[in-house]
Design a protein around this ligand. Structure first.
Ligand SMILES: [Zn+2]
Length: 353
């Protein structure tokens, strides 16, 4: 039974090969000086313009004798993931040949950390495969997290230890290589811009590259799968007004720092579970759910938009309204400026909400 469930899960996750990957570090040799993070510190305080100038200089210096490799990862807003490698081999640098580029779309739901590491691993494997022209290589990445984990052999604390281990195992196979951090957002550096673009395009490729999975990657994929199913269910089966009003929010709704009393009011309003008469009626505490003044159904919409008793609050919201469209309840319940007006009104008039 368990086997069947597991196989079904692998099928849903599109994992074809679930063999364990080897994640043993091959050696304890010191490779630390092959990883150069000096610019991480040096450029920290620099202004954008200066950063770009310095990066351009660094690259210019390397051009004459090194083969250059740029790597980048990208995660789109809807969770699609790409990785790219842009290679300028030594042998080609004189002939001005166009660079070689490798791009991969990897499974949805993997984080940017993995994408960046994946690009580095692919680049290193390429160098090992085509040694000539890569006698003296510099690999450039903008992922400080990945690079620091590699440099510090940070296997225990890395969120994807297997791929970091694999990278380290490749580095020690290559004699003359430097992995260097340079900033990613440097407008005007052609190669960095280009590798970023290739990674972004890779994320929308049709074909998804199979990767070697360890537990850390499978966990990401399962979380993504659960999220997608949950979203689908949420959108296809709307059974209450809360669902109708709000979309799913990844990571949940973040409250500002508020007093306890304010938080309670806000929670009731946001969850559409108030003690207004329609809410009381639901639990049998009010005869018809109508507003005592207006004789209309007293729900949150009535309270905000119609009730004669709340005119003052409504005027204040209107005056503060910044949206282009007509005033909507979701916005009023979600943004601090309108929440403040409602809370103030409720407290001032001792309304039981
Ligand atoms: Zn009313």
């Amino acid at each position: 039974m368990y086997r069947i469930l597991l196989d079904k899960l692998y099928e849903d996750l599109k994992i074809k090969d679930n063999t364990e990957i080897s994640s043993d570090l091959k050696t304890y040799a010191d490779y630390g000086d092959k990883v150069d993070v000096t610019y991480l510190e040096k450029l920290r305080e620099e202004k954008q313009e200066m950063k770009t100038k310095i990066v351009a200089k660094v690259l210019e210096k390397m051009k004459t004798k090194n083969s250059l490799i740029f790597t980048d990862g990208s995660v789109s807003q809807d969770g699609k993931v790409g990785a790219a490698v842009l290679i300028y081999p030594l042998a080609f640098s004189c002939s001005q040949s166009p660079p070689i580029n490798l791009s991969f779309r990897i499974p949805d739901g993997l984080p940017i950390y993995f994408a960046e590491a994946f690009a580095i691993l692919k680049a290193l494997k390429y160098i090992i495969q085509h040694r000539s022209g890569f006698e003296d290589s510099v690999l450039i990445t903008d992922s400080s997290k990945v690079l620091l984990d590699i440099k510090n052999k940070n296997i225990d604390k890395s969120s994807h230890p297997c791929i970091i281990t694999q990278i380290i195992n490749q580095i020690i196979e290559i004699d003359n290589i430097t992995l260097m951090w340079l900033p990613g957002h440097t407008n005007g550096i052609t190669q960095i811009k280009l590798v970023d673009k290739i990674a972004k395009l890779a994320a929308i490729n049709q074909e998804i590259q199979q990767i070697e999975y360890s537990q850390s990657e499978v966990v990401c994929l399962i979380e993504d799968l659960i999220w997608k199913r949950w979203t689908k269910e949420w959108e296809s089966d709307i059974t209450c007004s809360y669902q109708e009003m709000y979309g799913l929010e990844k990571g949940g709704y973040q409250y500002e720092n508020r007093r306890r009393r304010e938080e309670t009011i806000l929670n009731r309003i946001r969850l559409l579970q108030t003690k207004l008469n329609s809410g009381l009626q639901k639990i049998g505490l009010h005869k018809d759910g109508r507003c005592d003044t207006c004789n209309l159904r007293q729900d949150l919409e009535h309270f905000v938009f119609e009730c004669v008793e709340t005119l003052e609050m409504r005027e204040e919201i209107k005056a503060a309204w910044k949206g282009n469209d007509s005033i909507c309840l979701k916005e009023i319940c979600s943004k601090k400026v309108y929440q403040d007006i409602m809370i103030k009104f409720v407290l001032k008039n001792s309304i039981s909400i």
